[in-house]
Design a protein around this ligand. Structure first.
Ligand SMILES: NC(=O)c1ccc[n+]([C@@H]2O[C@H](COP(=O)([O-])OP(=O)(O)OC[C@H]3O[C@@H](n4cnc5c(N)ncnc54)[C@H](O)[C@@H]3O)[C@@H](O)[C@H]2O)c1
Length: 325
């Protein structure tokens, strides 16, 4: 049986999702909405569906059975609330919002609705992350070192704190999420960060260098560093260290140091973006969300940590996760 889907946002990441959805035999794309109508029209032509400027009109007319929400961070809130009001299961891209308060305000109605939701933390669907998980079961990570050292993405909202939430919230969130996924609950967060005037980005007010020191309930500790000052994706990944075990996860490869002088490299197999979409759609069909690795509620826990890192940097003090208001 075919499942109908619609997408809000016709930008970079929605193109990737729609390309994958188009290849699925049991999926029919019925609409794309974008405030920039010409973008929605270009995607509608490409994916053989209708274009809308207003996503509410799209949902009312097309009655999709599942919704993809792929808008910039500052736009979150209304589309999700609309999906909840219309009992429409949704897949939403990370981050959940620019601030903690905005996502938290929404989370109660999302969880009360019982809707199937999924968030685009696609690293969780990598087979190399599953391999790391297996290895860490007997030798849990005690130390993690993560980094997102990259260029400044070429979308105008990205370097603006009010529109993206900053690099830790918007981008390094994948690494924060992976650390949580592989280690567990975070108990304290100490963030640092600063910015300088950059001629190429006159509107930038985000920290262009930042760090976060985390402690976990297990006793593990982590240091996650971010910068957007480079010209290309220089280094993105997470190192994990346990007794006699070192793991370096990059997005599509893993290095495992396991035993004296043994270092193996494995390339990821399969597309995690396809797997996350397939898992969400199967859950929508069956009504069983148990295979979804990042639901809205789960993603909210990561958003808590990234937003606390930003707040900690502003306040100049470490913050205990449970005590923080
Ligand atoms: N999972 C990943 O690896 C990954 C990769 C890239 C981007 N993302 C996330 O996806 C989100 C979007 O990023 P992007 O790079 O696609 O941005 P983008 O700027 O390329 O696309 C966003 C689109 O949303 C549209 N839009 C804005 N407000 C809207 C509204 N109210 N209704 C309808 N459309 C609206 C914009 O006009 C734009 O076309 C971000 O949160 C980003 O973090 C995730």
């Amino acid at each position: 049986m075919t499942i109908t889907v619609a997408c809000i946002g016709a930008g970079n990441i929605s193109g990737r999702h729609l390309n994958n959805l188009r290849e699925m035999d049991d999926v029919r794309i019925v609409g794309v909405a974008d405030v920039a109508l010409e973008r929605a029209q270009a995607y509608a032509t490409r994916y053989g569906c209708h274009a809308y400027r207003d996503y509410q009109e799209m949902i009312e007319r097309e009655h999709p059975e599942a919704l993809w929400i792929c808008v910039p961070p500052f736009v979150h809130g209304e589309p999700e609330a609309y999906a909840v009001a219309h009992k429409l299961p949704f897949f939403v891209e990370k981050p959940l919002a620019t601030t903690w308060e905005a996502a938290q305000a929404l989370s109660q109605s999302v969880s009360q609705s019982g809707l199937i939701t999924a968030v685009g933390y696609h690293w969780r669907y990598l087979d190399i992350v599953e391999r790391a998980q297996e290895l860490l079961q007997n030798r849990p990570a005690r130390l993690a070192l993560g980094y997102w050292m990259d260029s400044t993405p070429p979308v105008n909202w990205w370097p603006k704190q009010a529109q993206s939430g900053g690099q830790q919230v918007e981008q390094t969130t994948h690494i924060f999420d992976l650390a949580r996924y592989l280690i567990g609950d975070v108990t304290t967060v100490y963030g640092t960060g600063s910015n300088i005037d950059r001629a190429a980005f006159p509107d930038s007010d985000i920290a262009d260098v930042s760090t976060a020191t985390l402690t976990f309930r297990t006793g593990a500790v982590a240091q996650l560093a971010s910068t957007c000052l480079l010209d290309y994706p220089y280094r993105i990944g997470l190192h994990l260290f346990g007794e006699g075990l070192g793991i370096e996860l990059r997005e599509f490869r893993v290095y495992i140091a396991d035993g004296p002088e043994s270092k193996q490299e494995h390339l990821a197999q399969g597309d995690p973006f396809v797997r996350e979409a397939r898992t969400f759609l199967d859950a929508v069909r069956s009504g069983d969300p148990s295979a979804i690795r990042a639901t809205y509620a789960e993603a909210l826990k990561t958003h808590r940590i990234t937003t606390l890192a930003t707040r900690s940097a502003a306040e100049g003090q470490a913050l205990a996760v449970e005590a923080a208001q």
